[in-house]
Design a protein around this ligand. Structure first.
Ligand code: IMP
Length: 173
């Protein structure tokens, strides 16, 4: 089945920028006086990370992780981790979208067990609760989306559409 971009827009560039700066203010308040490590999951979270971090004042550091979801949709694994010690750090995972929850569940368990952070929370730009198969905590949420395949602002369909500054969706041609 080939998919094409829908004509509608779910969230405009302006709505996104407004919401991301609100989230940044909330995060800045919650981590006041602490060193915060933003641990971004590549590649989809890059625009969210870049916009969010520029609005957070204080000691903010970065870690990058690339994950792979297996074809069967049951498992996740880690492909790449940048060098940065997360032990005893306040770590905030930056995710583009929480869909089934499988990726995040795997990462949370892995980081907790292997990296011993002082605290571990999740900031997800989008949340698609109807698709959830594993319960995962989402402490900071940009927007909730319906059960559609959404693209733009970092999110792709077969590596395309990440560069759109707004959120739309793909549908059958
Ligand atoms: P999970 O199903 O929660 O494990 O999500 C795994 C990953 O699949 C997310 O981090 C996204 O990169 C990708 N993904 C899930 N739903 C969508 C979508 O609607 N559009 C684009 N990517 C998605």
């Amino acid at each position: 089945m080939t998919m094409k971009l829908a004509h509608g827009i779910l969230f405009t560039e302006q709505q996104i920028q407004q919401r991301v700066s609100e989230l940044a203010r909330q995060i800045q308040r919650d981590y006041e006086g602490k060193t915060l490590v933003l641990c971004a999951i590549l590649k989809g979270s890059i625009p969210f990370l870049a916009d969010l971090m520029r609005h957070i004042q204080g000691d903010v550091r970065l870690a990058l992780i690339e994950m792979k979801s297996q074809v069967d949709g049951q498992h996740a694994s880690i492909l790449f981790t940048s060098s940065l010690d997360l032990a005893d750090r306040h770590v905030l995972i930056i995710e583009d979208i929480v869909d089934t929850g499988i990726t995040l569940d795997y990462l949370l368990k892995h980081l907790d067990a292997e990296r011993a952070p002082a605290s571990l929370r999740v900031a997800a730009f989008l949340d698609k609760p109807e698709a959830r198969r594993i319960e995962v905590p989402v402490h900071y949420r940009g927007f909730t989306v319906p059960d559609k395949f959404v693209v733009g602002y970092g999110l792709d369909y077969q590596e395309r559409f990440r560069n759109l500054p707004f959120i739309t969706w793909v549908e059958p041609e």
